[in-house]
Design a protein around this ligand. Structure first.
Ligand code: PLP
Length: 397
């Protein structure tokens, strides 16, 4: 436990509840975009044929019907996976825990991108892995760097969020995905592909998943794919899944048995009924439209009110905008002033496994509208002027 850091995001929650506060800190899906009507109907439909079954213990691997439906969903993502190679998990967070349990012995090295998803770092730290962070740029994690590292050190696994990662918001390029697949085939290094946001593409063209690229190659036996209904339907239902090579599937199911026996039967049946009603595709269209508007609102408000004092690349999807102030500005200090001004964000330092970059920050646009984006950016500019010692003027001039 001594290695596991508390989440800076959770620590910020109390401020987000303050009246009038504009929170760009949360990483949560927008509650106003939940398809509550569709979920209600799905709940009724899930209970109608066999209510007792929905309240009964279930199979560790997951409800058979849902695993078939997930296989179909994956086909639309270009991934051919048999239902019996899909393990239903309690959120993709459990997928990360299971991946760590089946792959990592204490002292094994796992490579993660800089910056990286915090709770993945926590899962790997609990497995007592050595977490090595890899530089990344706008194309995602630097695979040349990984090639050089792997040629000198044993590496058990590489963890990537290839689509609009949390917090980086970047898309891993096709060339680098292919390079990772070749590396796994050549060296036996495992690839953990975490893809909760792929369906939330807001602009640009989809890029093939690592799982799809590895199909039919020796890398297939080394590739784990994790995803979730959290960002596209409801995080509270706690249903995700993982696609595992056969050799790891049995082990992961065994570990899951010891952890929680199985994921919630009622949630799984509810989701099964929702998918059977054909509601996911139209809901995804609603989500993409809304998140695109919110992203565009935040991007233009930041450009208008902070100008060159903040640098970022527009994310092609997901919920996060990763930004940086000038190198000498400490985002944690700006946050203190920002709280007083009525806006919060997550300082980026928390997302680095080592050597944090203190001038970085994560801004989430999932729960804001145009008016709040505008006021949030004005308040952020004020906080930066206050804490950054006139940086804004210097940069804007
Ligand atoms: C990159 C990434 N992976 C996994 C998760 C876990 O999501 P869940 O367990 O709700 O599926 C999250 C949630 O924020 C995430 O951002």
């Amino acid at each position: 436990m001594a290695r596991v850091q508390s989440s800076a995001v959770r620590d910020l929650l109390k401020y987000s509840k303050m009246p009038g506060m504009i929170s760009l800190a949360g990483g949560i899906p927008a509650p106003d975009l939940f398809d509550t009507e569709g979920l209600h109907e799905a709940l009724a439909a899930a209970l109608a044929p066999d209510a007792a079954g929905a309240f009964q213990y279930g199979l560790t691997e997951g409800e058979a019907a849902l695993r078939e439906q997930i296989a179909q969903l994956l086909q639309q993502r270009g991934i051919e996976a048999a239902a019996d190679g899909i393990l239903v998990t309690s959120g993709s967070q459990q997928g990360l825990d299971l991946a760590a349990r089946v792959l990592l012995n204490p002292g094994d090295t796992v490579l993660v991108e800089r910056p990286s998803y915090l709770a993945a770092l926590q899962a790997f730290a609990l497995a007592e892995a050595d977490i090595v962070s890899v530089p990344s740029d706008e194309q995602g994690i630097d695979v040349d760097w990984i090639e050089a590292y792997v040629s000198r050190h044993p590496v058990k696994a590489v963890y990537v969020v290839p689509n609009f990662g949390n917090p980086g918001g970047r898309t891993l390029s096709l060339a680098r995905r292919q390079q990772l697949v070749r590396l796994a085939a050549r060296t036996g290094t495992y690839l953990i592909e975490d893809d909760p946001y792929g369906e939330l593409r807001l602009s640009g063209s989809p890029v093939a998943s690592i799982q799809a690229l590895a199909a039919g190659t020796p890398a297939q036996a080394r590739t784990l794919y994790l995803s979730s209904f959290s960002k596209i339907l409801s995080p509270g239902l706690r249903v995700g899944w993982m696609v595992l090579p056969p050799a790891l599937f049995e082990q992961a199911a065994l570990a899951k048995q010891a952890i929680d026996l199985h994921s919630c039967s009622l949630s799984q049946r509810l989701i099964g009924a929702y998918l059977a009603a054909g509601r996911l595709a139209p809901r995804l269209a609603v989500l993409r439209d809304a998140y695109r508007q919110r992203r565009d609102a935040l991007v233009s408000a930041l450009r208008r009110h902070l100008g060159t004092a903040i640098a970022f690349h527009e994310p092609e999807g997901g919920m996060f905008l990763w930004a940086r102030f000038a190198p000498e500005v400490d985002a944690a200090r700006v946050l203190k002033a920002a709280r007083d001004a009525g806006v919060i964000f997550v300082p980026g330092a928390a997302f680095f496994a080592a050597a944090p970059e203190h001038n970085t920050l994560r801004l989430s646009y999932s729960t804001i509208d145009e008016a709040r984006a505008e006021v949030g950016a004005i308040r952020l500019a004020k906080a930066l002027r206050h804490a950054g010692g006139g940086m804004l003027h210097a940069a804007a001039d």
